[in-house]
Design a protein around this ligand. Structure first.
Ligand code: GLU
Length: 304
């Protein structure tokens, strides 16, 4: 497969979409990013890297962190997790609160904000040094030891994060948050604030595509079956209320973030990360989605 040629063709074919959408504006720091960035990087399980565009510039991974937090929690709690969180697509916006009220504080899945806030609470209860251990896990996954939290980004989000504060308080009311709500919010915003570039993100997701080597990084170990289940959750819940659309157009498990990044895996083949800050109305990168649709169309490989 000539991935270099395919990435080049994708770049040319997505140009008509270059000015569509807008960067997230509800987190003030995200508005400062140049919206015209575009980068894509793919790592194969055979050890090859293919990159194009702005692949070395770090951006805020935002909700892509939810997959990594899920991996840490699933490793430690196993199926006990599912007493506090479901595995169903929500069909609602990532930060929706009304479903949580109707369903008595049990979030639909770990990849929406409510679910990630419960996962964050679980990590705080389970780990001795959650902030350090999360960073160690991410650094080991991508093999890069200067990955950092962006305190400025996290603070910027806390200052305007009224809806997330409401969600965590609703969860607390229903007994699904055990720790202090401010502590949970702080750690949650820090996870989202992490800066990674496309190369690092793609490398970090490669172990989720690998069914032959044990998943073991920074104290987080997952069985093959657990990796399969995380992929299933990405497939059904990774794109907010556009998960069906992404499945239909792209056909890979993945996760997006409002920083404009998308990480996706082609099980047993490759991981890919794409970044373009302009988002569609559902909060997913316009060019990122189109690029991945073209990738699975041109390679004629997806999970379907
Ligand atoms: N930190 C963001 C929030 O909680 C993450 C949202 C996202 O990337 O989907 O609103």
């Amino acid at each position: 497969m000539d991935y270099n040629q395919i990435l080049q063709e994708i770049y040319e074919e997505i140009q008509p979409y270059a000015s569509m959408g807008a960067p997230a504006s509800y987190i003030p720091e995200l508005q400062k990013v140049n919206p015209d960035h575009y980068g894509i990087c793919l790592h194969t399980l055979k050890g090859k890297e293919y990159a194009m565009g702005d692949c070395d510039e770090r951006f805020s991974i935002q909700s892509i962190s939810k997959v990594l937090v899920l991996a840490m929690g699933f490793s430690r709690l196993g199926n006990q997790l599912w007493k506090r969180i479901g595995v169903e697509p929500s069909g609602n916006a990532f930060n929706s609160i009304f479903q949580l009220e109707m369903e008595k504080g049990i979030p639909r899945n770990p990849l929406i904000n409510a679910g990630a806030l419960v996962m964050t609470d679980i990590l705080i209860s389970t780990l001795s040094h959650p902030e350090e251990e999360y960073l160690t896990f991410v650094r080991e996954l991508c093999g890069c030891d200067d990955i950092q939290y962006n305190e400025h980004m996290a603070t910027s989000e806390r200052e305007t994060g009224f809806l997330n504060a409401a969600i965590v308080n609703m969860l607390k009311y229903h007994g699904n948050i055990k720790n202090d709500v401010e502590e949970v919010l702080r750690f949650y915003f820090l996870q989202c604030s992490i800066g990674m570039n496309c190369r690092e993100l793609s490398r970090a997701f490669l172990p989720f595509a690998d069914h032959t080597h044990p998943f073991s990084f920074g104290g987080t170990t997952l069985t093959t079956s657990q990796v399969k289940r995380i992929n299933a959750i990405m497939q059904t819940c990774g794109f907010y209320d556009e998960a069906g659309e992404f499945s239909y157009l792209v056909g890979l498990p993945g996760k997006s973030g409002v920083g404009g990044g998308i990480a996706a895996v082609c099980p047993r083949k490759y991981a890919v990360a794409v970044w373009s800050p302009r988002l569609n109305a559902k909060g997913n990168s316009v060019m990122g989605m189109k690029a991945l649709e073209l990738l699975t169309t041109k390679t004629a490989i997806s999970i379907f």
